[in-house]
Design a protein around this ligand. Structure first.
Ligand SMILES: [Zn+2]
Ligand SMILES: [Zn+2]
Length: 252
């Protein structure tokens, strides 16, 4: 399986990555990506960017050297009620919003029940598109509940390439956790997204560890957000409508 987009990458602006927008674009071209999402961390991560930076993401052009650029963020879930660490106004100006649990943030993380509740509540946020690294063993969740909620809320669970690297400390069970939620996802029609979580240009567009896993489990391509240009463009076109509908139902 070959994917057309890397939907999770960082630049120097996030405070702990090593490459620039220009370097990541060049790397995306080398990896034959058509779309690149730049998803900087939320402000409550230690050393993370100020929220002004996330408010300024739109200064990055939507197309650079033929690559479609999605100006996004990887926010932090900071409470058990699923609160994300960016205001609604700034969130509304982003093309793509990821969120997940991260060490060092205010989220207390008191175990599986609380993590599941936090993740499921976060998925009700109208602006959220993707749950970043839901496989993280440091934040165990009930995948049955999480998958059901994701299907209902039309949220993608991420296959995070960085989690699949055995060299990533603390993510040793990442692969098995991905297999667990993919097995449920196949039955339930769970939408998923793939991201490198690159913190340096050399990792941008390097999605083979994830595509290998998806091939192994025979995951339906139509459920993979970055499988085809048309599928991704349709999602982006329909996105404002989904946000509006959820806002009207009174989430925020
Ligand atoms: Zn992350
Ligand atoms: Zn990340």
């Amino acid at each position: 399986m070959k994917l057309i987009a890397d939907l999770h990458t960082h630049t120097v602006a996030c405070g702990h990555a090593f490459s620039t927008v220009e370097e990541n674009i060049r790397a995306a071209r080398r990896a034959e990506m058509l779309v690149l999402a730049i998803t900087e961390h939320g402000p409550s991560l230690p050393g993370g960017p100020h929220h002004y930076l996330l408010g300024a993401m739109s200064t990055i052009p939507a197309y650079i050297e033929g690559i479609r650029v999605l100006r996004g963020a990887e926010l932090n879930i900071i409470s058990s009620s699923g609160k994300l660490d960016l205001d609604q106004d700034r969130m509304s100006r982003l093309d793509l919003v990821l969120a997940g649990f991260h060490a060092g943030t205010p989220y207390p993380g008191n175990g599986r029940d609380e993590n599941t509740q936090a993740l499921c509540s976060a998925m009700e946020n109208p602006y959220l598109d993707i749950i970043a690294h839901p496989d993280n063993p440091a934040y165990p969740v009930d995948y049955k509940e999480v998958v059901q909620k994701a299907v209902t809320e039309e949220i993608h669970l991420e296959i995070n390439v960085s989690s699949l690297k055995t060299s990533h400390p603390g993510r040793e069970n990442g692969r098995q956790n991905c297999l667990d939620f993919l097995a449920l996802g196949k039955k339930e029609g769970l939408p998923i997204a793939v991201g490198s979580d690159a913190h340096i240009s050399y990792a941008v567009g390097e999605l083979q560890a994830a595509t290998k896993l998806l091939d192994e489990v025979n995951y339906p391509p139509e459920l993979i957000l970055n499988y085809s240009r048309e599928g991704l463009e349709t999602f982006l076109e329909k996105r404002p409508e989904r946000v509006k509908k959820k806002l009207e139902s009174g989430f925020l």
